[in-house]
Design a protein around this ligand. Structure first.
Ligand SMILES: C[S@@+](CC[C@H](N)C(=O)[O-])C[C@H]1O[C@@H](n2cnc3c(N)ncnc32)[C@H](O)[C@@H]1O
Length: 266
């Protein structure tokens, strides 16, 4: 499926093969890079102990498990548009004995069906990139946070402006996921427009470039036989091409993961 901007995520785009690949690279239950270590970095200086957390784009739920088990969140509502992935989240959370603290909520793209001022923290790990209207999203996040509540997210941002490069268009084509990338500046402006203060941003391009290069080396090298065994040669070769293109757009600085933090004034 070809990816275009200003389009909501398509349910089912994370098919079994893509989910399998991403978890081989990033760990069981993770569909974004960096695992527990990157969550630790994102939460450095942001204490969420005892907080009611809503996670936008929870997918398979390994992140939500960490928010409770490692970071002491009181509860997490994991929101996603994909019911199949949320079923896996529920199973994972039940196996971990955390169903009283972590629940899932399947939503349609658009305003979140949750009450005003009902969360202490809105969290997200590399999912906002899939939501086209950042201003609408951040206004909604502001609405559901209690006064003094915090927004803490990692997002896949873009460097540059205007049309995407041909390299980026080819990356989107290979990836087959609908991405709607905002720049760091656009994200800051959208947070300000929503009313947030104490906005902090942190570029993670350099970190991800090193990691993505290692991921490519692994996919094309030691992990390749396992990929062929699990997914077949065609898919394995496709994912190696996909990662070569990913490294290229991260190298160009056109794809730049970043951390975003902001506060709803008390
Ligand atoms: C790259 S995955 C990240 C998943 C998870 N946060 C993690 O780190 O493992 C992005 C997720 O965002 C979800 N998503 C896309 N559009 C969404 C929306 N409008 N609301 C909530 N989730 C959405 C996708 O279904 C997918 O599960």
């Amino acid at each position: 499926m070809e990816s275009t901007a200003d389009q909501a995520s398509v349910v089912g785009e994370y098919d079994d093969a893509l989910q399998a690949l991403l978890q081989l690279l990033w760990g069981d239950g993770f569909l974004s890079p960096g695992g527990a270590e990157e969550i630790r970095r994102l939460l450095a200086g942001s204490d969420i102990r005892g907080c009611r957390v809503l996670d936008v784009g929870a997918a398979l739920g390994a992140v939500d498990q960490l928010l409770v088990q490692e970071h002491g969140a009181a509860s997490v509502v994991g929101v996603d548009v994909d019911p199949t992935m949320l079923r896996q989240l529920d199973e994972r959370i039940a196996r971990a004995g955390l169903s009283a603290q972590i629940t899932s909520l399947c939503v349609a793209p658009g305003p979140l069906p949750v009450a005003d001022a009902s969360f202490d923290v809105v969290f997200s790990k590399d999912s906002i990139v899939q939501i086209p209207d950042k201003r609408a999203l951040f206004s909604d996040v502001f609405r559901i946070l209690r006064p003094g509540g915090r927004f803490i997210a990692s997002d896949w941002l873009r460097g540059g402006s205007g049309d995407y490069s041909p390299e980026m268009a080819e990356y989107f084509r290979l990836e087959g996921i609908v991405y709607n990338m905002a720049s760091m500046e656009e994200s800051i402006a959208a947070l300000q427009a929503a009313g947030f203060t104490d906005i902090e941003v942190f570029d993670r391009n350099k970190w991800y470039l090193e990691l993505a290069r290692r991921e490519l080396d692994s996919l094309a090298g030691p992990m390749y036989p396992l990929l062929v065994e699990r997914l077949g040669a065609d898919k394995a070769d496709h994912f190696v091409r996909n990662w070569r293109q990913l490294v290229l757009v991260v190298e160009r600085g056109e794809l730049r993961p970043g951390h975003l933090k902001a506060t709803r004034p008390a």
